[in-house]
Design a protein around this ligand. Sequence first.
Ligand SMILES: [Zn+2]
Length: 176
Amino acid sequence: MTAPICPTCATAAVLTTGAAVYPNRPDLAAKPIWRCEGCGAYVACHPDTTVPLGTPADAATRAARMNLHQKRLDPLWKEAWREPAYAKNGCGPKTRRSIQKAARERVYAYLAGRMRLTPAECHTGLFTREQCRVAWGVLSATSYAEIRTWARALNPKPRRERKAPSPSSDIQRIAR
Ligand SMILES: [Zn+2]
């Protein structure tokens, strides 16, 4: 695993554990964490791996990233199935998951476009505080219905004469 570079002081982070970062949280002691020895910025890892969730960040940036994720990004795609447009599909758990999966991709694609980022750059774990602020503004002013309309305009329905549906057509149809 290549060490992530601290965006604040350009130092390669060092892999440590929760025992060093959260001395008062024995429950997190085994968690792998990449920490910048220069400024103390840190970032946690994807579950059960040492792959960093993004770049090391200071406390204010970590809070801004978490806030954006939990209060703006996640609700947009997780609640997408409630859109009246999907009412005809019912709301069984399978349908709900299909809608959420498509909605998540749309929400991130929309945000990337608005922020002029590539899809690879559009992750809260990579955002600076300023980017969190911009994303917060964009997502606060946008409903999922608007994002759906935007996505559908970019990617119109497949032509009728298409005969063999692709394996994913079910998900696409449900989630449109
Ligand atoms: Zn640093």
